[in-house]
Structure formats: structure tokens, C-alpha cells
Design a protein around this ligand. Structure first.
Ligand code: MOS
Length: 723
């Protein structure tokens, strides 16, 4: 950590507020409908117009001609922006295809026009009057057909080896050699992408829904070719992101361009049927696992290869990411191969890589346990890497308790009741099975800043551009400030999501919680020091408790300081060369499979998580069970159906893209180990938002196998595949 913490500050180890289950401080606003989401912020906007995006009707090719004469004459229409009249914008490190402009079509439903009108209905009606003459070219849409070419090609493969995998695998007395596939998936968050754009002279305000405020501001500056300082991005409430809102999308770009053209504030949302093909998705994968072990279960050889595709032929879904981290084995190989596909852009979705990687690795481990005639919990414990990273032996692990997760989970779940032989447990018409999987997800951190203001009344206000995407950021930030300054939680208010506030880590890669609270702590320490200077005491040796400051034999009321404010920033980095920081879990699932109809019902799920200090067990649990639900969806039902002739996702709405509902998820339990990670941050905390989706899908798949004795390796595991 680059921030100079007070010597010996172990404030959070004797904490009263951080680490306690705390209801969301933003909960009342959300449950009463008074927390405004981007598209609802009309009250703050004078005289807005409505923009509707037209998506391309082909997956690949070019636009010969666009004719908008009818649309421009339609009632209420203020302006029409056509792709053919603009240079392409938006392709960058963040977005792999242009978000708008130019005659070339890179993927289906890429934005090709925006209609701005007085009402949404007028804009939508007029968008259907734009005549587009396309020249369609053939594209590559089938991963299975395109994948073999990716291996061995230049520039799109990434292979790492340790020892001699081939020899060790050949010599291993017990082995597994299996292939798995996972389909394309959609974030399908509740709140669609939406933006209201307003210009005042050369200054732009974007009221939007975004995970990473500073990335959004920087990207918009590049796209519009204006200084980023002239742009304000504001996103106080976000109705789900899951990675789909890490980067600005066409709603933000076209709202800004449309507002400039119309001379009015413009509101643009992506209609639900446009989102699935216009925005990003999780790429499909094909994975090949080979694991060799001694008869006692010790792994001697492990290889995990992964194929996926993307629009650029780069940036695939790397399912191998957890494999160098979880299990020992001296001879190893991982390969990640990306091929070019003309489908919509693949990009980050909750635990990119690991979420689907576990669905292959952790099923292969189950297959290995069976081949060894060994309990799958014991197999994992025998190969637990403990404190070294198997694929990178020079690195230590900051803090890891995977074996405890597995043991405590097995106890709690009643694992000993599992039948070793599949298909033997029956309750009435239900064949019952249990499955286990381990889980790993990195514990990344990003530089994060905040400002803390102390009022003359002793109230504390925190400001940072951190986002709360449903995760509970408001609450853990308030808890951190309350603890750090010794005031009750009710005296702390938190303002988030505005680019006018100090730049934070933002919400992504499960780095948000650990990073943003560390940044708030840094600002609080700076404020304590400023108060110490003003009142003449050594702040680093003082205690701030119950609205009082105790320094040696002096004591002050916190209000004695008067109005003050301080900025602070936490930088992380000096430990990253030496330590792997990860989060760990054991997942258990019990399913019933109807012996007559083949229907699968999840009966119980349990996650035991090791992720350092849990800042707010209540909201952390919500994160983990949300991940478990998403994993259940990935295992049992979610699949973007690729039309391989025309290159689009055919099921692009929530009627046909199936996600789990309450009836699919009867019982979930989450346990957190009481661990602390001393390396990662002053709060000794890591994230859990993505850990929850790493493993439960495999536990469910293994439970289905245990119930029926049929192994399905192509997700989702629908009954047509095992009947
Ligand atoms: Mo996450 S997929 O980095 O929002």
C-alpha cells in the first residue's frame, strides 16, 4: 500500500461498525421509488427530447444507402442522425467495435441511426421509416467450426507451461480427458443502458447508468474530441451492471450527439430487444481438461485449454484463469486461444473467465474423483495449494483457507449422506444428488480516492465517484467513515457516482469494496491529521470514538474542529509482485431430477467463503447469493441462441432468454469464514461480488450427475441432453 497508514492502526480489528450486518442506507430511497435511475431523471432536465436507436439488420457488410426523408417529415421529429453521415466513433481499448458511424456494419444491431423527437413514441415510429439498403457479406458465426484454426495462429494465443505435462500425463496411472462447452450469455441486468445528455455551451452533462465513472468520462472525451474536464458524468444509482456497464455504450454516445444536434437535452435508452445484440455479452467457450493423478489422488499433470471468439479475434473469455491458482501439480499447461467471430462484441461479464472456467475444471475434478474412487471433497483438500500459487511458484498467497471452506461446508451441508454411487438416492419420484466444487476468484484492487467533510454539527459527508451497482457501496463506505472518525452511522451521508468527486476504483472485477473503502479510510486519516494540526494533538496516536477525540490526557469533542474537509487516496501495488491475492469458496448443491419427466430442481445450495474481513455480512451475503443464482442460470437454462446463418442472438428479450426465478432457487445459505487478509488493504478485506458465481454451477452439474449417473458436458444442462 502506498498510503502511509498510522503506525499500528488496527482500528478495524476492534471495530464496532465495520463488519456488522447493516441495512442499506440507500434502502428507503430504493424501496419508495425515490432513488432516481438514469432514464427517470426527467425532473432535473428541462424540456427533454427522446432519442431512439435503430440497430443494423445485418451482422456483417456495409450500408449502401440510407434514406431518412420519411422519418425526417414524421410528426414530432427534431433530428435524425445517420451512420453514413458520420465518421465511426467509439472503437477503443474499451469497446471493440465502433459504437456509431460509418457505412461498415461490424455486428447485428450495431447502432446505425438515432431519431430524436418530442416523444418516445414519435421517435420509435420514425425510426421504422428509415430505409436502409444493406450489402450483406458472409461472416463467421460458429465457434466450433472456427476454433481449431485459432490454436497455433499468431497473436491470438497464450500458452504457459511448467514442467513436462505430456510426459507426466502419459505416465499418470489415473486420468481424466474431457471437453466442455459453455454458451454465449447475456448480463440481462434489470435496468437497461440509459443516458440523458445535456449541453451548456461546450460543457456536457451525462446522467447515465455506469460502473466506471472516470473511464466513461475519459472515453466520451476521446469520442467527442473535447477535453474530458468539460464532461460531467453522473450515475448515483445503477440497476445492475454485471460488467455490461463497465464501458459507455451507444446510448451515451448517441444521447450526446443527438442533444448537440437537437439543441435540447436528449434521453436515450436501449430498448430491451436491442440490448442483447447491441451491447456486450459473455463469450461462448470450448474447454479441454486433462488431469493425471497418482492412485492416492495427488495430481501430477494438469492441462486446461480454452477456445473462444470475438469480433477482433482478441480478448476472449479465458476459462483457464483459476486453474493455475487452485490445485498443486508439478507439470502444467494452460492455453487460451481466441478466434475471430462476427457476432456482437464479447466482453466482461461477472467473473469473466473464472465463472465458466470452474464449470469445466470443477466438473473434471469430479470426474477425476470418480476415476480414483475418492471423495471429491477429499480430492480437493489433498491437492489444495495452500500458500503457494501452483502455476507461479515464486508467488506467495496473501491469505487462503480453501481447505477450511471445504471441511466446514461438508459438515454443514451433511455431505456424508451423499451416495458415492450415482443414481442411488431416491425420494418418491425424485432422484436426488449432491455435488461440490471449489471456487477461486482474484482479489484485485485499484487506486481509489475520496473526500470527507466534517460539518460544524459533527455530521460527516463522504464524496467519491465510486458507484453502487446494487452491491451496497453506499453502506460500506458510510460504515468505514463512521468507524474511522468515531461517529455513529446515522451521522454519515454518502454521495456517489458523480465525476465531480474524487476518482475512485469504480465497480468492476470485484475490486470495488476493498478499494473504495480503503480510499475513504485514507481520506479520513488525512482529516484526522488535519484536525490534529488545528487542535494541536498527534492524530496518529489519538482515538476517535463516540463523537470524541481522545489524545493522551486531552479530550475534545469532534465538533471542536469546526468545518473541515480532506481528500485522500489509496494506491495499491507494492505487494502485487510478491503476492497473489485471491478469494476462495467451497460450494455445495443438492438437486432432484424427476425420474419420469427429467425436470431438474435445485433443492439446496451452500457457499462457504473466505474473502478476508466481510465489511457488511448482510450485503455481502446478497452479493454471494446473487452470484449463486446467476451460476444456477448458467448451468440450467441461460443460453444466447446463435443464428449461425445470419449471425445474431435470436432470443434477444427476457421472454426467451431464460434466467432463474424464485421457484428455481428454493434455499441458499452463505457462511463467511472469519479471516483477515493482512496484505491487501488497511481493512484486510477483499471482494465477494464475483466469488459467488465461481463454482456453484459446477456443484449443481456434479449434483445432477450424482442424481442420475449421466454426465452432460455441454451447458446449459437441459433435460434433452440427458434423457
Ligand atoms: Mo465485472 S464483469 O469486472 O463488472
Amino acid at each position: 500500500m502506498k498510503f502511509d497508514s498510522p503506525a499500528g492502526d488496527n482500528l478495524f480489528d476492534r471495530s464496532r461498525i465495520v463488519g456488522k450486518s447493516t441495512s442499506r442506507i440507500d434502502g428507503p430511497r430504493k424501496t419508495t421509488g425515490t432513488a432516481p435511475y438514469a432514464y427517470e431523471r426527467g425532473d432535473e432536465v428541462a424540456n427533454p427530447a427522446y432519442g431512439v436507436i435503430l440497430g443494423a439488420a445485418i451482422a456483417k457488410g456495409r450500408i449502401r444507402r440510407m434514406d431518412a426523408r420519411d422519418a425526417r417529415r414524421a410528426p414530432g421529429v427534431l433530428s435524425v442522425l445517420l451512420a453514413t453521415e458520420r465518421k465511426p466513433v467509439g472503437k477503443s481499448d474499451w469497446n471493440l467495435a465502433p459504437l456509431f458511424g460509418g457505412p461498415e456494419v461490424a455486428h447485428y444491431h450495431q447502432a446505425v441511426a438515432l431519431v430524436v423527437a418530442e416523444t418516445f413514441e414519435q421517435a420509435r415510429a420514425a425510426s421504422n421509416m428509415i430505409h436502409v439498403d444493406y450489402e450483406r457479406t458472409d461472416g463467421t458465426f460458429d465457434l466450433a467450426a472456427a476454433a481449431p484454426a485459432a490454436e497455433g495462429a499468431d497473436g491470438n494465443q497464450d500458452r504457459s507451461t511448467l514442467g513436462d505435462f505430456d510426459a507426466a500425463f502419459a505416465a499418470a496411472p489415473v486420468k481424466v480427458d474431457a471437453r466442455y462447452t459453455t454458451p454465449d450469455e447475456s448480463h440481462a441486468m434489470m435496468e437497461p443502458h440509459a443516458t440523458i445528455a445535456m449541453w451548456e455551451g461546450d460543457k456536457l452533462t451525462l446522467l447515465t447508468s455506469n460502473q466506471m465513472i472516470n473511464w466513461a468520462k475519459t472515453a466520451m472525451g476521446q469520442i467527442l474530441d473535447i477535453p474530458a474536464e468539460n464532461i460531467r458524468v453522473d450515475s448515483p444509482f445503477v440497476g445492475g451492471g454485471f460488467g455490461g456497464k463497465l464501458f459507455i455504450r451507444s446510448d451515451a454516445v448517441l444521447a450526446a450527439l443527438g442533444a448537440r444536434e437537437a439543441g435540447r437535452p436528449v434521453k436515450v435508452t436501449l430498448q430491451r430487444p436491442l440490448m442483447f445484440n447491441n451491447t456486450t455479452h459473455r463469450h461462448a467457450t470450448m474447454q479441454h481438461l486433462r488431469i493425471g493423478a497418482e492412485a492416492d489422488g495427488r495430481i501430477t499433470a494438469i492441462a486446461h485449454e480454452n477456445w473462444s471468439g470475438n469480433i477482433t479475434g482478441e480478448e476472449g473469455e479465458d476459462g483457464t484463469m483459476q486453474t493455475p491458482k487452485l490445485y498443486t501439480g508439478a507439470n502444467r499447461m494452460t492455453g487460451n486461444y481466441v478466434t475471430q467471430l462476427d457476432l456482437p462484441e464479447g466482453n466482461a461479464m461477472r467473473a469473466p473467465g473464472e465463472a465458466v472456467g470452474h464449470m469445466a475444471l470443477e466438473v473434471a475434478m469430479d470426474e477425476l474423483a470418480e476415476a480414483l474412487d475418492m471423495d471429491p471433497v477429499e480430492l480437493r483438500i489433498r491437492n489444495d495449494a495452500q500458500d503457494r500459487v501452483p502455476g507461479e511458484p515464486s508467488k506467495r498467497i496473501s491469505d487462503r483457507h480453501l481447505t477450511r471452506c471445504l471441511r466446514e461446508g461438508a459438515d454443514r451441508f451433511g455431505w456424508s449422506a451423499r451416495s458415492v454411487v450415482p443414481g442411488r438416492m431416491r425420494e418418491g419420484r425424485w432422484l436426488v444428488g449432491m455435488g461440490v466444487a471449489a471456487g477461486y476468484r482474484g482479489g484485485p484492487t485499484q487506486t481509489s480516492g475520496a473526500r470527507v467533510r466534517l460539518g460544524a454539527d459533527g455530521k460527516v459527508a463522504v464524496e467519491t465517484d465510486m458507484t453502487d451497482i446494487g452491491t451496497g457501496s453506499y453502506t460500506i463506505i458510510a460504515q468505514t467513515a463512521a468507524e474511522s472518525l468515531g461517529v455513529p452511522l446515522e451521522r454519515v451521508s454518502v454521495e456517489l457516482g458523480d465525476s465531480g468527486y474524487p476518482v475512485s476504483a469504480g465497480s468492476g472485477g470485484q475490486w470495488g469494496a476493498a478499494s473504495s473503502t480503503a480510499g475513504v479510510y485514507a481520506a479520513c486519516v488525512n482529516l484526522r491529521r488535519a484536525i490534529g494540526e488545528k487542535l494541536n494533538f498527534d492524530a496518529d496516536r489519538a482515538e476517535f470514538v463516540d463523537g470524541e477525540i481522545r489524545a493522551g490526557n486531552q479530550s475534545f469533542a469532534l465538533t471542536a474542529a469546526g468545518e473541515m474537509s480532506a481528500d485522500g487516496k489509496m494506491e495499491f501495488g507494492d505487494f502485487k509482485d510478491d503476492y497473489d491475492v485471491g478469494t476462495y469458496a467451497a460450494h455445495f448443491a443438492e438437486v432432484g431430477v424427476d425420474a419420469y419427466t427429467g425436470e431438474t430442481q435445485i433443492r439446496r445450495m451452500l457457499a462457504v467463503c473466505d474473502a478476508g474481513r466481510i465489511l457488511n455480512p448482510l450485503s455481502a451475503r446478497s452479493q454471494v447469493i446473487g452470484g449463486m443464482v446467476m451460476a444456477a442460470g448458467a448451468t440450467l437454462m441461460e443460453e444466447l441462441a446463435v443464428d449461425k446463418r445470419f449471425g445474431f442472438f435470436a432470443n434477444h428479450d427476457l421472454a426467451t432468454y431464460e434466467v432463474p426465478v424464485h421457484a428455481d432457487i428454493p434455499h441458499q445459505e452463505v457462511l463467511f469464514l472469519d479471516t483477515l487478509d493482512p496484505i491487501v488493504s488497511p481493512l484486510k478485506a477483499k471482494g465477494v461480488g464475483e466469488l459467488g458465481i465461481c463454482g456453484p454451477g459446477a456443484a449443481i452439474a456434479n449434483a445432477i450427475y450424482n442424481a442420475i449417473g449421466v454426465r452432460v458436458r455441454d451447458y446449459p444442462i437441459t433435460l434433452d441432453k440427458y434423457l
